[in-house]
Design a protein around this ligand. Structure first.
Ligand code: PEP
Ligand code: CO
Length: 473
């Protein structure tokens, strides 16, 4: 994208926050807009650049969605995950849609994530870092810029931040005003999640708050409820011997993440804050770079190198050890703990071949990174009846193999990144209920990638616990 627009956010700078003794100031020659001098892949072509500029100015004055101290608290937790003292659970929809900004969908997704985290805390005996793929997951990379149907060529649907999925010219035209709407939907989502959590929704004394209607019929229900009981007993035991409530169990920290793909939006939410050095992306706690935009010289890498958030980058099977080290150098030149997460997404068939050289390269250079497995995106396939799906067995297998590969090399898989929903969808094949291709027709609602449903997600959490205990790390 080559626009001449330059941000006016410098005017919002709180000068008092700038000191010379700062080791965490901006990266050299970096500004929130310096990505504009690089090739920015996967950006829409907006028909009206003046409208885009207007929207960016409006966004840059709106309140941020998260705070710098939350961001730094998460960075500390991720540093602990790097040391094996925590486990990262990151999950949510492939793409949120504006129409899904609805209380039931948001709370069901939160329930699944809380249940999974309870299973993990109980089984791994480790605190879990909970990160949602929500409150801003509105922009999607696409394999082609256009889509053709019956001889008509239209721009591809790039996520609700950009355009709409219907195949009409009006719906597919990129509209920058959608960024303002997306910011508001993100704020509403975040507000609801924060209110639920502050109100005690995540309280370990009340796991029944997280029960979903259809859970009692699940084949996994007994095992889950046994764990709930065990955790409840442990909580009561600790309270009895300490003589007080375990208040810190009343609330669970919950962080947000999204693929920071649409750079004009991310730039507009990049701010300086009082009494902190450097710049923060205040649209989310934990942005990530997608696989298709992870080029070392690309605009996304340029943008990410200058923000102080913890950041993640998706690593696919074509990345070489040399490229990986260069990315680590550019994105984390000070080798700061908690700063950099690699989300490996190789596919079940390739992970044992592709992962070891990457791990060894990172080890040989002493780079501090958190390795997280996304067992979803390397395992997508199409069925004969035309559905995009993933097989539970492949998801499970990539995770299993990843744990083994890391353990064999004395490295550590410190988390998972999953596409899931709290709804009773039928989008991925297999799992405890052995969903088949014909089941896909029943409840397939994703507009982009297939997600695990509640039961498949819980099963994955249980499998992680079993696997990790088996390799005893
Ligand atoms: C995604 O996370 O939805 C995605 C597009 O992933 P990747 O960049 O790994 O392909
Ligand atoms: Co996806």
């Amino acid at each position: 994208m080559t626009t001449t627009f330059h941000s006016n956010r410098a005017m919002n700078i709180d000068e008092s926050s700038m000191t010379n003794s700062d080791t965490n100031t901006n990266a050299e020659n970096w500004t929130p807009a310096s990505w504009r001098a690089r090739v920015a892949l996967q950006q829409p072509t907006y028909p009206d650049l003046a409208a885009l500029e207007h929207v960016q100015n409006e966004l840059s004055l709106l309140p941020p969605l998260v705070t710098s101290w939350e961001i730094l608290a998460l960075k500390k937790q991720l540093a602990e995950a790097q040391e094996g003292k925590r486990f990262l659970l990151q999950g949510g929809d492939c793409a949120e849609s504006f129409s899904d900004c609805e209380s039931g969908l948001i709370s069901n997704r939160l329930k699944v994530l809380l249940q999974m985290s309870l299973v993990l805390v109980h089984g791994l005996r480790l605190p879990v870092v909970r990160v949602g793929r929500f409150a801003g997951q509105y922009a999607k990379p696409r394999s082609t810029d256009t889509e053709t149907k019956d001889g008509i060529i239209l721009p591809s649907y790039r996520g609700d931040f950009i355009n709409q999925p219907e195949f009409t010219e009006a719906a597919r035209m990129p509209d920058p005003r959608r960024m303002v709407k997306g910011h508001a939907r993100s704020a509403m989502t975040m507000n609801f999640v924060r209110a639920l959590i502050d109100g005690g929704f995540a309280d370990l004394h009340h796991p029944e708050y997280w029960d979903l209607d259809w859970v009692s019929h699940s084949p996994l229900s007994d095992e889950y409820h046994k764990m709930v009981e065990a955790v409840g007993n442990a909580v009561r035991f600790m309270e009895t011997i300490s003589g007080s409530d375990l208040n810190n169990l009343n609330r669970a920290d919950f962080y947000t993440s999204h693929e920071a793909l649409l750079l004009p939006y991310e730039e507009a939410l990049t701010r300086k804050v009082p009494r902190q050095n450097g710049w923060f992306n205040l649209s989310t706690h934990f942005p990530w770079i997608g696989m298709r935009t992870a080029d070392i010289d690309g605009a996304h890498t340029e943008y990410f190198r200058g923000i102080r958030n913890p950041i993640a980058i998706k690593i696919g099977p074509s990345v070489t050890p040399d490229q990986l080290l260069k990315l680590a150098d550019v994105l984390n030149p000070e080798n700061e703990a908690g700063r950099l997460t690699f989300i490996q997404r190789m596919g079940a068939a390739k992970v044992t071949e592709k992962l070891p050289p990457l791990i060894k390269a990172i080890q040989s250079e002493g780079k501090k990174v958190l390795w997280v497995c996304d067992p979803m995106h390397g395992n997508t396939e199409s069925t004969s009846n035309g559905y995009k799906t993933r097989r539970f067995d492949n998801i499970r297998s990539e995770l299993d193999q990843s744990f083994d590969v890391h353990a064999a090399l004395g490295s550590r898989l410190g988390g998972v990144h999953l596409e899931l929903t709290g709804e009773n969808v039928t989008e991925c094949l297999g799992g405890a209920r052995e969903l088949t291709e014909t089941d896909l027709e029943r409840a397939y609602t994703s507009t982009v990638d297939p997600r695990m449903n509640y039961e498949q997600s819980l099963e994955i959490a249980m499998l992680i616990v079993r696997k990790r205990s088996a390799i005893s790390i």
